[in-house]
Ligand binder design. Structure first.
Ligand SMILES: *Cc1c(COP(=O)(O)O)cnc(C)c1O
Length: 393
């Protein structure tokens, strides 16, 4: 795993993830941890394991491949694949590894139903491939449980309200596929002005839930993401799908609702090492393009972090690092595996010292929201990218 041979390490605090999970459970109840994209860069298997121990019963990954990897890693709880099956092998894996797919197109639904009919009743459920794990023991062994994904305003994936009767007609002919979950995703829950759109999506979601019930398919419903879990108590149905807040980023950072995310602990810190320390005299330049000129005599540390480590070159002239607990600015262009920071006035900086791109101790600690701001992005992307590096727990 990770970018080979580089010096960066993403240090993951699993206890912080458990802390955040418990906090979210208290705030909103019935959290489905979203652990897609390698748990937002924090490690699929590791995060699933600690949250499973903490009591989580259902987990959401992105691709069926991720779900299969999680099952192969020994995970025994319900696993939902948010993207649903894409290629033929992924359809087969739903049964082999006991995965609950998000079904969002008629093509997917028809294929799943056709496969289920082929298999016949009683063949599905926990298979030998999962080592006899009965991940859905409460839901019976015979039917494949699926989640129906509806579009209520994201306009990305999902059925619409108008599709319900056709979905129901298809499902009625195939008893060994059971829709047990109903989901939709909010587009604006974390936007300060997003309230009306959230309400409109929620109204559409309720109508869909009622339509499914009328057709004889009551489903456990989940709509909220992290932001809605914290900020929209009226949107709590049977469960909430929480991702970013589990990893300690506040979805409301910088808004009037920031207090809703109080107490979340960032779980990822990223460190590297100082390679050399030297003087930069007034008038000298540093790094490619001679783009930075020292205005005074300085001391600089060259550190092992660059864009090949997913530390974006776009951070040039913007980012800070944390060294010996203090903030130090990045100087000059960020290179492929290196960049420089200004350590003028800091005592005893030496090659081999740890330097933190994210996190770090003391007053200089860097929050995910700050780094994302310098980067021109959001903490989600910072975690996913820096989490590509090797990890320590
Ligand atoms: C990623 C994702 C989530 C989690 O969203 P956060 O904002 O990280 O809490 C929930 N639902 C779906 C469908 C997702 O893709």
């Amino acid at each position: 795993m990770g970018i080979p041979f580089n010096k960066l390490t993403a240090v993951i605090d699993l206890a912080a993830i458990v802390h955040n999970y418990e906090l979210l459970n208290k705030a909103g109840g019935a959290v489905i941890p979203v652990i897609k994209a390698d748990a937002y860069g924090h490690g699929l298997l590791q995060v699933a394991q600690v949250l499973s121990q903490a009591g989580a019963q259902t987990f959401a990954v992105g691709t069926v491949e991720e779900a299969v990897a999680l099952r192969a890693g020994g995970h025994a709880k319900t696993i939902i694949a948010l993207l649903g099956p894409v290629d033929p092998a992924e359809y087969q894996a739903l049964w082999d590894a006991n995965i609950m797919p998000f079904i969002h197109t008629f093509d997917q639904l028809k294929r799943v139903l056709a496969m289920a009919l082929e298999r016949g009743a009683g063949v599905c459920g926990a298979s030998a491939a999962t080592g006899g794990v009965k991940a859905r023991a409460d839901e019976g062994e015979e039917a494949l449980a699926i989640a129906l994904k509806f579009d209520t305003g994201m306009r990305r994936l999902g059925f619409t309200l108008a599709d319900v009767s056709q979905i129901a007609a298809l499902l009625k002919g195939v008893p060994n596929v059971r829709p047990v979950m109903l989901s939709s995703h909010l587009a604006t829950a974390d936007e300060p002005e997003g309230g009306d759109y959230v309400a409109a999506q929620a109204a559409e979601f309720l109508a869909i839930r009622e339509a499914l019930e009328r057709e004889g398919f009551p489903c456990r419903a989940n709509l909220a993401n992290s932001a809605a879990l914290l900020g929209n108590p009226e949107l709590r149905f049977d469960a909430q799908r929480a991702g970013i807040a589990l990893y300690g980023a506040n979805p409301y950072a910088g808004t009037a609702k920031a207090a809703l995310g109080q107490g979340l602990k960032p779980a990822m810190s990223v460190k590297t090492v100082v390679l050399s320390v030297h003087a930069l005299k007034a008038g000298q330049t540093i790094s490619y393009g001679c783009a930075y000129t020292a205005q005074r005599d300085m001391t600089v540390a060259v550190v092992a972090a660059g864009y090949a480590d997913a530390y974006s070159r776009g951070l040039t002239g913007k980012a800070w690092m944390c060294l010996h607990g203090k903030r130090v600015p990045v100087l000059g262009r960020i290179c492929m595996q290196m960049c420089a920071v200004d350590v003028t006035g800091l005592e005893d900086v030496a090659a081999g010292d740890d330097v933190w791109l994210l996190g770090g101790g003391g007053a200089g600690r860097i929050s995910p929201e700050e780094l994302a701001g310098w980067w021109g992005t959001i903490p989600y992307e910072v975690f996913c990218l820096l989490g590509l590096n090797k990890r320590a727990y």
